[in-house]
Design a protein around this ligand. Structure first.
Ligand SMILES: CCCCCCCCCCCCCCCCC(=O)SCCNC(=O)CCNC(=O)[C@H](O)C(C)(C)COP(=O)(O)OP(=O)(O)OC[C@H]1O[C@@H](n2cnc3c(N)ncnc32)[C@H](O)[C@@H]1OP(=O)(O)O
Ligand SMILES: CCCCCCCC/C=C\CCCCCCCC(=O)OC[C@@H](O)COP(=O)(O)O
Length: 297
């Protein structure tokens, strides 16, 4: 009887280890659960320290420091190209493709100082995670209430100029692991045009090799983050937003496709795909170079 009990106990201990080792689905759920527990634990541990400062963008440093170790724990290598483009003192808007929650790991590698993400308001209700996000100055929008979301974005246009902030937006508006990008929401582009600040597109290469929530795959791997040259919005008005949105999306989709088909990451240093740095749209509807020196970068 005792031996049977011991065998049962042993099996109970060994079973999760064996499942983790040999069952990809179990392995996937363990890793995703660990990710969420890590975020929750960090938010719980660090929020009191962030609370001392109160709600402020400086707390983003704490948030980033809390997320950074995750890549080591998961054996994920992240390569960043073009980060120097973000060395601009003025405010700007970053737009980035959104594949999964793992994007957080990439975001914290490149996010500049004084930059806050725009997030869905549901995050606010995730206990200490919501508290940590609020304390870090993250801007929340209600995606179901377009009018309210537009109001928040309009206020943000004033805030980023007044407080010299940068904003990080996932213009697809939701996570997407398809072979391309979803149509872009226009909020990020209205924001940049309203504030008359540049846009920096950031493309994260596909995770297909090592992560897929559909296939329940989560192994060690490598991904690349490419920061593209800035796109000027000076002189643009709200009527230019649809075209600006499409131009930026097409550029990002092209870079994403190139990254997908070139896994050895053998890309040229500069990509001539964008309306070039400092480009503005002329009355003829064509993008023209305004300042080709790019010295302010
Ligand atoms: C301290 C330690 C901490 C440790 C813990 C760590 C915690 C870690 C957590 C980190 C959190 C990271 C955060 C990441 C979160 C990521 C997300 O949540 S992604 C989801 C949220 N993001 C978005 O939704 C993207 C922004 N959304 C939009 O831009 C949308 O446009 C919209 C404003 C929500 C409206 O949506 P919708 O109606 O579906 O879309 P459109 O077609 O774009 O717009 C309709 C219409 O409205 C016009 N319009 C849009 N915006 C504006 C505007 N600002 N001003 C004026 N008009 C606007 C648009 O042009 C359309 O009109 P048109 O006539 O058709 O052109
Ligand atoms: C009192 C309640 C307590 C609840 C505790 C919940 C704990 C949850 C713990 C960790 C959550 C980690 C969240 C990381 C968020 C990463 C950002 C992200 O990827 O958001 C998704 C959003 O862009 C788009 O959402 P959808 O794809 O539209 O969906």
């Amino acid at each position: 009887m005792d031996v049977a009990l011991l065998h049962g106990l042993l099996l109970l201990l060994i079973l999760p280890v064996l499942l983790y080792r040999y069952c990809a689905t179990f392995h996937y759920f363990c890793k995703v659960t660990f990710f969420n527990l890590w975020v929750l634990a960090m938010a719980t541990l660090l929020s009191p320290f962030a609370a001392i400062r109160g709600r402020c963008v400086e707390n983003m440093k704490l948030l980033c420091a809390a997320i950074r170790p995750l890549k080591h724990l998961y054996g994920i290598k992240i390569e960043v190209l073009g980060a120097e483009h973000l060395n601009l003192k003025e405010p700007y808007v970053i737009v980035c493709n959104h594949q999964a929650s793992l994007d957080l790991m990439g975001m914290v590698e490149v996010i500049p100082k004084r930059c806050v993400p725009i997030a869905k308001k549901e995050l606010l209700y995730m206990g200490t995670v919501g508290w940590a996000c609020w304390l870090s100055g993250i801007i929340f929008i209600d995606r179901q209430r377009t009018g309210d979301a537009i109001d928040v974005i309009s206020q943000t246009a004033e805030t980023i100029r007044r407080e010299n902030l940068r904003v990080w937006i996932f213009p697809e508006g939701t996570r997407n692991q398809s072979r391309s990008m979803l149509p872009f929401k226009r909020g990020a582009f209205h924001l940049a045009v309203q504030a008359q600040v540049p846009i920096f597109p950031i493309v994260i290469s596909p995770y297909w090799d090592f992560f897929s929530s559909k296939e329940k795959k989560f192994t060690p791997g490598t991904f690349t983050i490419r920061v593209l040259p800035r796109i000027e919005t000076r002189g643009l008005s709200p009527k230019d937003v649809p075209e600006l949105t499409e131009t930026v999306r097409k550029t990002m989709v092209d870079v994403f496709s190139e990254m997908s088909s070139n896994p050895c990451r053998d890309w040229p240093a500069e990509l001539p795909l964008l309306p070039s740095t400092g480009a503005t749209k002329g009355t003829d509807g064509v993008w023209h170079d305004e300042d080709t020196t790019g010295t302010s970068d």
